[in-house]
Design a protein around this ligand. Structure first.
Ligand code: AMP
Length: 302
């Protein structure tokens, strides 16, 4: 099927409704573009699990604070459409700011309780913007399933909660983090890093690997793991940690004892660039083999 492209919310909705009226299942991967293998893993999963796949490409201004990188965020619509099509997309929805936030726009989605910690502590209006645009996009692209990355762990928890709380008729699928060969989590923002920052950015992965290996060695004291992660970040002189925590995978509350319900989360600044990464300890239980030094597709040790 040839790729259909549209900036028009009504047209996107008509295309998706048409598919569903034919009995076809529809998957949807919302993105801000500058597509990399992390995004494309969502598109491929959707293409495998659903009859039709939609991708949105929209750099959403309401999730950026005034001092953040909205203006410089990479934009490459033509290349993104080619990448999305090759990964199995049938529809790319790429609205403009005027269409998404017309004059007089004043309605937002606010989640209480999960949005003030971690990312929300540093970026107080971020999740209001994220939930508002995800809610809007799901109305424009009324799919059966929406695909998100575990890379943005807190976002995935909050989006799931919104879907549940607001009875949204959609299944939320969250897929593992895709990493560069050396272990750095793929991110559109990695492009901002200088070569030296890029080298040192590996400390995020090293910190998560450290937590994983201590946990698999039997250490379940969260503070011990947290200190070990902070020490790993401390080995990179250019890294300025924002937070290093181990939290419950649903409540996001810090835990004292690490279990398969826990997720190690961190945010680190390198100059102007802010990187996040995380490790769900459930992955340690899923792996039967000891960690290999060769990085693979998802968690800190593969
Ligand atoms: P973004 O374009 O950054 O808003 O991301 C769009 C979607 O892709 C979100 O659900 C992200 O969690 C997901 N994503 C971003 N990076 C990765 C990655 N490295 N691995 C898997 N999913 C990712």
């Amino acid at each position: 099927m040839a790729l259909k492209r549209t900036p028009d919310p009504q047209e996107a909705r008509a295309v998706v409704q048409g598919w569903r009226a034919q009995g076809l299942s529809v998957g949807f991967a919302p993105t801000m573009g500058a597509l990399h293998e992390g995004h494309l893993s969502l598109v491929r999963a959707s293409a495998e699990e659903c009859d039709r796949t939609a991708v949105s490409i929209y750099v959403n201004p309401t999730q950026f604070a005034p001092n953040e990188d909205l203006q410089s965020y990479p934009r490459q619509l033509e290349a993104d459409c080619r990448l999305a099509e090759r990964a199995g997309a049938d529809l790319v929805f790429h609205p403009s700011d005027e269409l998404m936030y017309p004059e007089g726009f004043s309605t937002y989605v606010i989640q209480e309780g999960l949005t003030q910690t971690l990312e929300g502590a540093s970026r107080p209006t971020h999740f209001r913007g994220v939930l508002t645009i995800v809610c809007k996009l799901l109305h424009c692209v009324p799919a059966d399933r929406a695909y998100f990355g575990h890379k943005d762990f807190q976002q995935s928890v909050i989006v799931r909660r919104m879907a549940r709380d607001l009875n949204m008729p959609i299944e939320i699928r969250v897929l593992p983090t895709v990493r560069e060969k050396d272990g750095l989590a793929m991110s559109s923002r990695n492009k901002y890093l200088s070569p030296e920052e890029r080298r040192q950015a590996l400390c995020l992965y090293e910190a998560l690997r450290k937590a994983d290996s201590l946990y698999r060695g039997g250490q379940t004291d969260a503070e011990t793991l947290r200190r070990a992660m902070a020490a790993a970040l401390g080995a990179a002189p250019l890294a300025e940690p924002d937070y290093v925590e181990i939290v419950d995978k649903e409540t996001l509350a810090p835990v004292q004892v690490v279990s398969a319900r826990a997720v190690a989360v961190l945010a680190v600044r390198f100059g102007e660039t802010r990187l996040i990464d995380n490790y769900p300890f459930s992955e340690a239980a899923e792996r039967r083999h000891p960690p290999s030094s060769a990085p693979r597709a998802s968690g800190p040790v593969g």
